[in-house]
Design a protein around this ligand. Structure first.
Ligand code: ZN
Length: 191
C-alpha cells in the first residue's frame, strides 16, 4: 500500500513535474514584475517634465547697440569719465518702446540717480531681466504678469550714469543671480 502510494507520487512528479516547475517560474517572474511596477508607481518620475524652450523676444524694435556687453574688457563711461566692465547692453531706437523679453512677473520698480527708472522682471528657469533708464510713464506695476513682447515703458535718459547716450535702454539679463551676456540669448543678428 505504502509503496503504491509512493509510486503514484513519483508517477505524478514524472508526468507533471515540468508543468509545476514552469508554473513556479512564471509565478516568480510575475511577482517580480508586479513588485517592480508597484515600486515605480509609488515614486515621482525621475525625468523632469520638459518645458518648451524659452523664446526670447527683443527688448526694443529696430534697435542699434550703443554699448555692448563686456565682462573682461573695460569700456569707457564717457559720462562718469571712468573705465568699467559693462555687464549689460545699451539699445537705442527711433521707436522708444521697451518690451519684456520673456513671459514673467514684475518683481520691482525702482528709481535712482545713477540708473534712472528701473523695471525688474522675473522669468522661468532662473532668468531675471532688468530695464534701466526708462521714462517715468511705465505701463506696469509690481506683481503684474507680462508676456514676451509686451510693452512696459519707454527708453529715456533717466540714468544719470549714462546721459552721454541720450534716450536709450540699459538692458541687463541674469540667470540664477549671475549677470549673463544677452548676446547668447537674444537674436541680435536678425533684429
Ligand atoms: Zn549701459
Amino acid at each position: 500500500m505504502e509503496i503504491q502510494e509512493k509510486n503514484k507520487f513519483v508517477e505524478f512528479v514524472k508526468r507533471f513535474g515540468f508543468v509545476i516547475a514552469a508554473a513556479l517560474v512564471l509565478l516568480i517572474v510575475g511577482l517580480t514584475f508586479g513588485i517592480m511596477a508597484l515600486t515605480n508607481g509609488g515614486q515621482t518620475p525621475s525625468v523632469p517634465v520638459v518645458n518648451k524652450p524659452l523664446e526670447f523676444s527683443m527688448p526694443m524694435q529696430n534697435a542699434s547697440i550703443l554699448k555692448d556687453f563686456s565682462s573682461t574688457e573695460l569700456q569707457e563711461n564717457v559720462t562718469l569719465n571712468q573705465w568699467e566692465a559693462h555687464l549689460s547692453i545699451d539699445f537705442a531706437s527711433e521707436n522708444t518702446a521697451v518690451y519684456s523679453v520673456l513671459d514673467g512677473t514684475i518683481e520691482s520698480i525702482t528709481s535712482s540717480y545713477l540708473h534712472g527708472n528701473v523695471v525688474t522682471i522675473k522669468h522661468d528657469e532662473g532668468f531675471v531681466s532688468q530695464y534701466s533708464s526708462l521714462g517715468k510713464d511705465l505701463l506696469v506695476k509690481v506683481g503684474d504678469k507680462v508676456n514676451a513682447g509686451q510693452k512696459i515703458g519707454d527708453a529715456d535718459s533717466t540714468a544719470s550714469g549714462e546721459t552721454d547716450m541720450g534716450n536709450h535702454l540699459h538692458f541687463t539679463l541674469s540667470k540664477d543671480g549671475v549677470k549673463v551676456d544677452p548676446n547668447n540669448y537674444l537674436d541680435l543678428q536678425n533684429k
